[in-house]
Design a protein around this ligand. Structure first.
Ligand SMILES: [Zn+2]
Length: 94
């Protein structure tokens, strides 16, 4: 699945993605941040995963496509190591 458009709305703290099957998805910045898939946040086993809280006011400061499979999201708390694959985003299995 490939995005055809990615729109970020900091005023609403939302990210929207249109997909090439004509569907679209919407994510709150808070959910994206607390579900960050990077190794530091997830750990190597479920037991090592961090519970991330207090990100109600986080916002997205930078978006970068990684190859043709993922989106790297940088947040205003300085965290930028999360690669959100299109498969994860499309299926909302963050
Ligand atoms: Zn992370």
């Amino acid at each position: 699945m490939t995005p055809t458009a990615i729109r970020n709305f900091n005023a609403d703290a939302r990210l929207e993605i249109d997909w090439d099957d004509d569907s679209s998805s919407s994510y709150s910045h808070e959910i994206l941040r607390v579900k960050c898939p990077c190794a530091d946040c997830r750990g190597h086993t479920p037991e090592q995963a961090k519970i991330i809280t207090g990100k109600e006011d986080v916002s997205v400061t930078h978006l970068e496509l990684v190859g043709n499979y993922a989106l790297r999201i940088e947040f205003d708390d300085g965290h930028n190591t999360g690669l959100y694959t299109f498969t994860q985003l499309y299926n909302e299995i963050l």
